[in-house]
Design a binder for this molecule. Structure first.
Ligand code: 9MR
Length: 459
């Protein structure tokens, strides 16, 4: 153990020295160092499969430098405005998917993760929505969620189901949804979203919730309540728009961690930090390091690519200047991603450097747990398969459903049937699980799906 720590420390010193030397000679940071990726997306992917995305605008896709910077540097995308209600459903039940589709298609053809933004939000809402009575608004909200999520079912990594529903003091924002449908509208939206696309991670997204304060406490209470009652929610988005008046909070990482401890992923969804030079770079580095330190912080999205296309261009808050030059903040982010600590924890040996006497990997045991979201007449089961101390190459999970339960769909596993005892086996991309790591699959059905105990067999 002592040898490993020393070796790790020595390697880090080498990496840091190399980074310093390269910074002086102007070479892209760490490009010559073993294991150091040279783009934000590739580097984030090496940190536990995270993504590093950008908000993308369809009307800039035809600009060569814009398109090239996006597709070279990032492995994630959020349509900046194209999925918002006023654009995507400008008249009742008339949908305009084309602008968002341009982004989704380009992103997916390059293997990027796409964040859907956003389904239920008081702003950039189509005018017709505000004049509906409660019955019509409920039906319009459900239809909107079904149609928009259905358009890209199975293709969106995470959806911002509800956006910015709280005021700074922690009270509910008096949006049309709140006023007509009452407190339950957020839960209704999340339940509808789960049914519309069981594959997508369902997120609540907000700003000024980045530190521990009245607003983030209110979101925390909401998520805790949802988790306790089995209301579907998978992640919380922290927008992270920072400037002098709203700096990166000292308890940023602590706040991310307390949400992660509720059993949801956390994502940094709209990161931008006003400023320039070293100060801006340091702030960006701190944000990236906070995410890397929280194992459930699964990705970071910056809110734009070059400064001049930011929603607040005067603050120059992004990683590329208006000529698409990489800023000091870019280098700080890349270095943090390349050298920052993530899973495995700091004192673990680097993955490519096993001690000489390590035994060859053997196949091993697995465990399965299920979390069931039940509603009247239906359910979704989310199953996590975790490898023991040895590599798993293939797995089978057996679930005995209660009588009367019938599966109607599933994802990320093949299944042997729809009722009674059902065996789920891995599909091509998720059979292999590293020691201690997990993969997820799920199923949806009618009837009652609670009270099941999955078992796992590995080879
Ligand atoms: O960046 C978006 C900008 O182009 C729009 O004009 C603006 C309209 O409200 O929305 C901006 O994005 C917002 C995001 O959708 C939600 N969080 C705050 C973002 C910045 O205003």
């Amino acid at each position: 153990m002592v040898t490993r720590s020393l070796r790790t420390t020595a390697r880090r010193a080498l990496v840091l020295a190399a980074a310093g030397a390269m910074a002086v000679t102007g070479v892209v940071a760490l490009s010559g160092t073993a294991n150091a990726a040279t783009t934000l997306g590739a580097s984030a992917a090496e940190r536990g499969g995270r993504y590093f995305g950008a908000a993308v605008a369809a009307n800039h896709l035809g600009e060569a430098r814009y398109f090239q910077t996006w597709t070279t540097e990032f492995n994630g995308a959020t349509p900046e405005n194209e999925m918002k209600w006023q654009t995507i459903e400008p008249s009742r039940n008339q949908f305009n998917f084309a602008p968002a589709n341009q982004i989704v298609t380009q992103a997916r053809s390059r293997g990027m993760k796409v964040r859907g933004h956003t389904l239920v939000w008081h702003s950039q809402l189509a005018g017709w929505v505000s004049s509906l009575d409660a019955t019509n608004l409920r039906s319009a909200m459900n239809n909107h969620i079904n149609r928009v999520m259905g358009q890209w079912r199975g293709q969106i990594h995470s959806w911002d189901v509800v956006n910015e529903a709280f005021e700074e003091n922690g009270s509910r924002r008096q949006s049309v949804f709140q006023q007509r449908l009452g407190n339950g509208y957020i839960e209704e939206a999340f339940r509808a979203a789960r049914t519309a696309d069981p594959n997508a991670k369902l997120c609540y997204n907000d700003y000024n919730t980045d530190g521990i304060n009245a607003k983030s406490n209110a979101v925390f209470a909401l998520v805790q309540d949802f988790r306790n009652r089995g209301v579907p929610i998978d992640c919380v988005g922290f927008q992270s728009h920072f400037n002098g008046a709203s700096p990166v909070p000292g308890n940023y990482q602590q706040n991310l961690q307390r949400f992660a401890n509720l059993g949801v992923d956390v994502q940094i969804t709209e990161l931008d930090i006003e400023g320039s030079g070293t100060a801006q770079a340091n702030n960006y580095r701190n944000v990236v390091n906070a995410c890397l330190a929280v194992s459930r912080c699964t990705g970071i999205t910056v809110w734009g690519i070059p400064d001049h296309y930011s929603w607040r261009p005067n603050g120059t808050p992004l990683l590329f200047d208006s000529n698409y030059n990489k800023k000091a903040a870019y280098t700080a982010v890349l270095n943090a991603l390349n050298t920052g600590q993530s899973d495995p924890p700091p004192n673990d040996p680097p993955p490519n450097d096993p001690p000489p006497n390590d035994p060859p990997p053997t196949t091993g045991a697995c465990a399965a747990t299920v979390s069931t979201n039940q509603w009247t007449g239906g359910f979704v089961g989310s199953v996590r398969v975790t490898a023991g101390s040895a590599q798993v190459n293939a797995w089978t999970v057996t679930v005995t459903l209660p009588s009367g339960a019938t599966l109607t769909s599933g994802w990320n596993a093949d299944r042997s049937g729809n009722t009674g005892t059902v065996q789920f086996t891995n599909v091509g991309f998720n059979g292999s699980i590293a020691p201690g790591q997990s993969v997820d699959f799920g199923y949806q059905g009618t009837g009652t799906g609670t009270g099941v105990t999955p078992t796992c067999a590995a080879s």
